[in-house]
Design a protein around this ligand. Structure first.
Ligand code: ASP
Length: 341
């Protein structure tokens, strides 16, 4: 089926999907990929997948693939939601979150790290070179510099201009503030409002290598104009990413606070362990968020999952979530995720 036909099918299915979701019915399955393969969130996942594929297609390890893939949007100066050129916090500091997890259950993460362009690689060093899982803030930057990562200014002129523009025109609303949730009733939130479009989008990447091993990576600059020190779901193992080599892997994007509250990616993997398809598990995780907090329907959260057998699936609260997939058959495929609303 062509991408367009798949897209139309997904659009047509959306209201039915909602009814089915309410009834607890099983959804149509997501695509089944051939091994090795890689999937990642959002449109920029297409380019990221290419870098991962360069590793996977040569028989490389999934862990190396997801690190290589995640570094692509981290380096992209046009991407303002990941890595270098990410939009800063409300005080003008670019602070980044990332985590990585391998087939052995090993994991590493950095949160609110500043001045380091490739937090995913620092997260891997935390996993491999320290007895810890998560380093934050100054300590994370210090560790990165000690490991030989260059200390850089990550705020580009373009991102600085966007921030200064936001300072002129926006009133800060922490995402926990319920006012954020009112935007969906009156139309989309303006650019720059936490929870609104265009001010956040994480790359979450999941790979299955030729040896049949899974790994995942997740990296973001988080929500634009966030409070200084705010950490989202992306560097939190179990929230933004979880890998269980016996079952599958999952990652998330969107308003991280809602994902953390429900330990989203761990939930998706546990549901897959209980026999749910990746897509159905993602749907259930979205439903869990909505059951506990119906106002979250005005926000966006999306989950992406990949099973041990190469079946993918995605689900989000609202329409608009996309994911990219790549295997020996399909190299640069972008698909819409199904959504509850
Ligand atoms: N999940 C990220 C965060 O809350 C942002 C996003 O994916 O849009 O920091």
């Amino acid at each position: 089926m062509t991408d367009r036909r798949l897209f139309l099918k997904a659009s047509v299915l959306a209201p039915a999907a909602l009814a089915a979701a309410r009834a607890g019915a099983t959804e149509p399955r997501g695509p089944v990929l051939t091994r090795p393969c890689v999937v990642s969130t959002w449109d920029f996942g297409v380019a990221a997948n290419q870098a991962a594929w360069a590793v996977l297609s040569k028989g490389g390890r999934a862990l190396d693939a997801v690190e290589a893939g995640a570094r692509v949007p981290e380096a992209d100066l046009k991407n303002h939601s990941v890595g270098r050129a990410g939009y800063p916090d409300r005080d003008g500091h670019v602070s980044l979150d990332a985590c990585i997890m391998d087939e052995h259950g090993g994991c590493g993460a950095v949160a609110a790290i500043e001045h380091i362009a490739h937090p995913i690689s620092v997260a891997r060093r935390v996993m491999e070179k320290t007895p810890h899982v998560l380093l934050v803030g100054e300590g994370a930057t210090q560790f990165a510099v000690e490991q030989g990562f260059p200390r850089e200014e990550l705020l580009t002129p373009e991102s600085r201009a966007a921030w200064q523009d936001w300072l002129k025109t926006n009133r800060y609303q922490p995402v926990a503030n319920s006012e954020v949730g009112t935007y969906g009733k009156t139309g989309p939130a303006p650019l720059g409002v936490p929870g609104g479009p265009g001010n956040h989008d994480t790359i979450g990447m999941l790979a299955l290598d030729a040896a049949g091993n899974l790994s995942g990576a997740c990296t973001t600059s988080g929500m634009a104009w966030k409070m200084r020190g705010r950490v989202g779901d992306s560097p939190i193992i179990g929230a933004g990413l979880y890998v269980d080599n016996a079952v599958g892997a999952a990652t998330s994007t969107g308003v991280g606070e809602e994902v953390i509250r429900n330990v989203g990616s761990f939930l998706v993997v546990e549901l897959m362990r209980q026999g749910r398809t990746p897509q159905d598990a993602c749907r259930e995780a979205v439903e869990r968020i909505l059951q506990r907090k119906p106002e979250a329907r005005d926000l966006q959260v999306g989950f992406l999952a990949l099973s041990k057998t190469g079946e993918a699936g995605a689900w989000s609260i609202q329409k608009g979530f996309t994911y990219a997939l790549c295997d020996g058959v399909r190299q640069d495929r972008l698909l819409p995720g199904l959504s509850t609303y």
